[in-house]
Design a protein around this ligand. Structure first.
Ligand code: Z5A
Length: 212
């Protein structure tokens, strides 16, 4: 029987350390013989990266309205799922995405206040019932993440929003994780880097080890 692929996503607020953990997840699967494709959202394909640039670049002459932001997130996601993720999974590869649909619930839903029913309707159009096999949510208090991002330098358009926006996002992420424990593993991102990586590896082993 052909090897099945896996779709793993990393989620979290600004500076949560999710991008830092992508190589840890990739190594976990490579050591078990899988071909791994790493991608990110919004973006990951040529056209989706163009959409990312519209989403993250602040235009001095015109604000992107919340509904356009939501629609563009799903336009980028539909493109990524159809042209990269599904074909890779069909070849038995592991796809690891730095952010995916849970970010939309957190940022556009909890953050911007767009009703979850409207988001669900758009998700159905864009990607149907397609979903990750497992999501790793890196959780850090907003002030910890912001301090890390300040150390990194310039903020993008979305990162320029205020602290209250990011508190709502963190709450949105956490509430979803706590109410969907089978889909999302909540990981304490405030630990030392090596400890976070160990926690990531432990979750993958416990949740997927028997299937690999
Ligand atoms: N967005 C959205 O609104 N709706 C959606 O549906 C989607 C996205 C998909 C793009 O995100 C923006 O799009 C994002 C959400 C929105 N905007 N905001 N705001 P992105 O993923 O490209 O960018 P980001 O969220 O700003 O994340 P990032 O830059 O990739 O950072 P990170 O992944 O959270 O953290 P990191 O890069 O791994 O680490 C940040 C720093 O902390 C770095 O210097 C590390 O060395 C350090 N670090 C990492 N781990 C540790 C530990 N454990 N201890 C100490 N220091 C650490």
């Amino acid at each position: 029987m052909a090897q099945r692929g896996f779709f793993i996503t990393l989620e979290g607020g600004e500076g949560s350390g999710k991008s830092t953990q992508v190589p840890v997840v990739a190594d976990f699967f490579r050591q078990r013989g899988y071909d791994v494709v790493c991608t990110r959202e919004p973006g990951g394909t040529k056209l989706a990266e163009q959409i990312r640039s519209v989403l993250l670049t602040k235009d001095p002459d015109e604000d992107l309205c919340d509904k356009s932001e939501l629609l563009l997130m799903y336009a980028a996601r539909a493109q990524l799922v159809e042209t990269l993720i599904k074909p890779s999974l069909a070849q038995g590869k592991v796809v690891i995405s730095d952010r995916f649909d849970l970010s939309t619930l957190a940022y556009q839903g909890a953050g911007r206040g767009i009703p979850l029913a409207e988001i669900a309707a758009l998700r159905q159009v864009a990607i149907g019932d397609f979903a990750p096999d497992l999501t790793l949510l890196l959780d850090v208090p907003v002030e910890v993440g912001m301090a890390r991002m300040r150390a990194r330098g310039k903020a993008d358009r979305i990162e320029q929003a205020g602290t209250a926006f990011f508190e709502r996002i963190r709450t949105g992420f956490r509430e979803y994780a706590l109410s969907h424990p089978d889909e999302v593993a909540l990981i304490d991102g405030t630990q030392e880097l090596a400890q976070v990586s160990a926690a990531v590896t432990q979750v993958l082993t416990e949740r997927l080890g028997a299937q690999l």
